[in-house]
Design a protein around this ligand. Sequence first.
Ligand SMILES: C[S@@+](CC[C@H](N)C(=O)[O-])C[C@H]1O[C@@H](n2cnc3c(N)ncnc32)[C@H](O)[C@@H]1O
Length: 198
Amino acid sequence: MTFTPQIPHWGAKNNQYLEKLYEYHSWLLDTGIKNGLISNKNKQLVWDEFIIHSLYFGIIIRKVDKPINQVYDLGTGGGIPGIAVAITNPNILFKLVDISESRVYELERLKSILGLKNVEIIRKDAKSILSDHNLYISRCYISSKEALSLIKSYKNATYIVSSNGEDLDHDKNLFHVKQENFMINSTDLRHIDVITVR
Ligand SMILES: C[S@@+](CC[C@H](N)C(=O)[O-])C[C@H]1O[C@@H](n2cnc3c(N)ncnc32)[C@H](O)[C@@H]1O
């Protein structure tokens, strides 16, 4: 199967960062799979499901209607989505949080390999990071329903979380929820919920 490192039309601005995204892609295929940071997938799936899916979080972050100094990626695993979004948004600080010592160790090495100055790696329980006003992102760490419950007491916190596309039953007085739908390639649709505490 031939590998096509495509970026859908919505991500055209990210083409200037392709070289570093390729480097990260190679790391995922090698260290990422070898150390169980991601499941064993072929080159194309790793590109589409991990890199391209991640880039859409950056599209949403750029549209968030509040000043952003830092973004927390909770349950980041192999730096997903935090690393690809940090590569393509060098002016924002990304704090990648995971509870696993081995994942944090590999991410520190990756940060140095890629020379990323706008990334911090934090080994903590994600729940201890939550506070008012902050911006959080997560892919495949928690469901949107769990995210609602996690941030409900944090005023003006925003959680951008990968979802299965189902309607999210929520209290409209407490939360504002917007669902984003996008293609990661010519055939596969993905969903991300943007949840803000009022
Ligand atoms: C299913 S993986 C998802 C990783 C990555 N976000 C992705 O999309 O591939 C979940 C990650 O959450 C981390 N994790 C689990 N419980 C956590 C907690 N309480 N606080 C921080 N990280 C946690 C695990 O170590 C693992 O790396």
